[in-house]
Design a protein around this ligand. Structure first.
Ligand SMILES: Cc1cc2nc3c(=O)[nH]c(=O)nc-3n(C[C@H](O)[C@H](O)[C@H](O)COP(=O)(O)OP(=O)(O)OC[C@H]3O[C@@H](n4cnc5c(N)ncnc54)[C@H](O)[C@@H]3O)c2cc1C
Length: 480
């Protein structure tokens, strides 16, 4: 952008779109260093995006199971530790996955898996390992399906990954791109899965192996602490604020228009950092080229309904999360928020949170909370987890942008939009929604820190440096 409004104290003025982890981390780092004057524009009423927390009947809940992973970049982890102090707990992972009708500890533990896996399933897995060198490779273009099948074999592909991805993305594994396997499936062979299990055994385990960080007051406490840091260092936050237009003059972004009551207000600055979905961003910018509009229209995000079942009991199970790969149960995961921070408060109440991948228009999307609550208790019964305590009620939240959909054509479409956005002066795009990246919260923080590192004292972006950062971001692997 041009600089008609360079701040009175000579710092560049930066406008950040979106107050999720990516936008907050950018505001936090830019104001802490005194590098810029910052205004954050957020459509929602609160900060934190998909990583926020809220309370239901006194129980702190997240938007589905959220853990802060020890794999975070050292700078990011150090910052989060400093911001949260003693409130950042290091907790053992204690989940279960249903495989072949049996509950197995998750993350997988070698002895538990050996003892509990149904015999035919275990034998079939061993068979896959032995026969791997002789397995006929599928012909044709590589997809998520071929890569998984070659690497992990038919048993784990057919019983775990394939039904799970059908549920998560609503697409057949053959319709999903290889990128999904690269980004989401860290262990590409049965051997690697076994090695991962070995590394969790006592004596071989690192201090954080099989553990995760979790804030005492919910995952959203991390975002809240970043927001508070930015606010106390002078950042301005505009919540409940709708962006109506982003103006440009050729390849130069000139300002952001927001709704202000019945009228509109124009904000100008030196640079816009956008962390909102790249599809929405493209719609807001003045007249993108037709091929960009067309590509953006075809890019899809997967939605999700989160069902919160309030039960009148202290605790439903001892587990933090249950994973359901099987096709017959529409939910992909269920968590019990109180178990994440080992909280015993409030007494006599617990909440179960189910993740139901679903897009607007699908049958679940328009169901009432009562109907979804009844479905949820029914699924629990099917899973041999009957609800025998009084159900107080069910509450829901709907996420329109839960997961980027990596279908076969996604990369070419994202490239068209991304290249155009990269060519606009005065604009830098990042974050999970901005880069259509299947990333964790710590990755969103790392992107924000990278972006801040590319901005000079006049608010200009070092584009070469940014391209190098982008190459690093492309190597992020999602932690589950
Ligand atoms: C079910 C689920 C479980 C997850 N579990 C984990 C986990 O265990 N660990 C982990 O590290 N990560 C997890 N994640 C990922 C994590 O939620 C994201 O990585 C993180 O929230 C991304 O931050 P972001 O700021 O890039 O995007 P978001 O959190 O999506 O924030 C984007 C912000 O932009 C705002 N916005 C959008 N459009 C506009 C607009 N037009 N104008 C103004 N504002 C706008 C939104 O309201 C939102 O506040 C999970 C995600 C999901 C869906």
């Amino acid at each position: 952008m041009t600089n008609p409004t360079q701040s009175k104290i000579g710092k560049p003025r930066v406008i950040i779109l979106g107050a999720g982890p990516a936008g907050l981390a950018a505001a936090h780092t830019l104001t802490r260093s005194g590098q810029a004057e910052v205004t954050v524009i957020e459509r929602a009423a609160q900060a934190g995006g998909n990583s926020a927390s809220f309370t239901i009947e006194g129980v702190t809940c997240d938007y589905g199971s959220h853990r802060f992973h020890p794999a975070a970049e050292p700078e990011v982890l150090a910052d989060v530790k400093e911001l949260l102090g003693d409130d950042l707990l290091l907790r053992p992972r204690h989940g279960r996955i249903r495989l072949g009708g049996k509950w197995i500890h998750f993350p997988l533990k070698l002895t538990d898996a050996l003892m509990r896996l149904p015999k035919p399933f275990a034998l079939s897995l061993i068979g896959d390992m032995v026969l791997k060198p002789f397995r006929k490779k599928p012909t044709g273009a590589e997809t998520f399906s071929t890569v998984l099948y070659n690497g992990l074999g038919p048993t784990i592909s057919n019983h775990f990954y394939f039904p799970y991805v059908r549920k998560l993305w609503g697409l057949e594994p053959e319709k999903l791109a290889v990128t999904l396997a690269e980004r989401r499936v860290g262990s590409g062979s049965v051997g690697k899965i076994v090695m991962k299990m070995l590394r969790l055994m006592p004596g071989l385990r690192s201090e954080t192996g099989g553990r995760f960080f979790y804030p005492r007051k919910g995952f959203g406490q991390i975002s809240a602490a970043m927001q508070e840091s930015a606010r106390s260092n002078g950042a301005e936050f505009l919540f409940n604020t709708e962006i109506t237009k982003i103006t440009r003059d050729g390849t130069r972004i000139t300002g952001v228009t927001i709704r202000d009551g019945d009228s509109e207000k124009q904000l100008t600055g030196d640079l816009i950092l956008s962390t909102i979905p790249l599809t929405g961003l493209t719609r807001l910018i003045d007249q993108p080229p037709a091929k960009v509009v067309e590509a953006a229209r075809a890019i899809r995000f997967r939605g999700m309904i989160l069902l919160y079942l309030v039960l009148e009991t202290d605790q439903f199970t001892e587990f933090d999360a249950h994973y359901f790969p099987e096709a017959s149960i529409p939910i992909s995961r269920m968590s019990e928020p109180k178990n994440y921070s080992a909280s015993s408060e409030p007494k006599g109440i617990t909440v179960l949170c189910a993740e139901l991948p679903c897009d607007p228009g699908e049958k679940w999307w328009d169901m009432s909370d009562e109907e979804l609550g009844r479905e949820f208790t029914g699924w629990l019964g099917q899973l041999n987890l009957p609800v025998t305590v009084p159900v107080r009620r069910c509450e829901t939240r709907r996420l329109s942008h839960a997961y980027p959909v990596y279908d076969i054509e996604f990369q070419s479409r994202v490239d068209v939009v991304d290249e155009w956005l990269l060519g606009l002066d005065g604009l830098l795009v990042f974050g999970r929604q901005g880069l259509f990246a299947h990333d964790n919260t710590h990755h969103a923080f790392a992107m924000a820190y990278g972006a801040a590192d590319c901005i000079d004292a006049k608010g200009q972006v070092d584009r070469d440096k940014w391209r190098r950062y982008r190459e690093v971001f492309a190597t992020h692997i999602v932690e589950d």
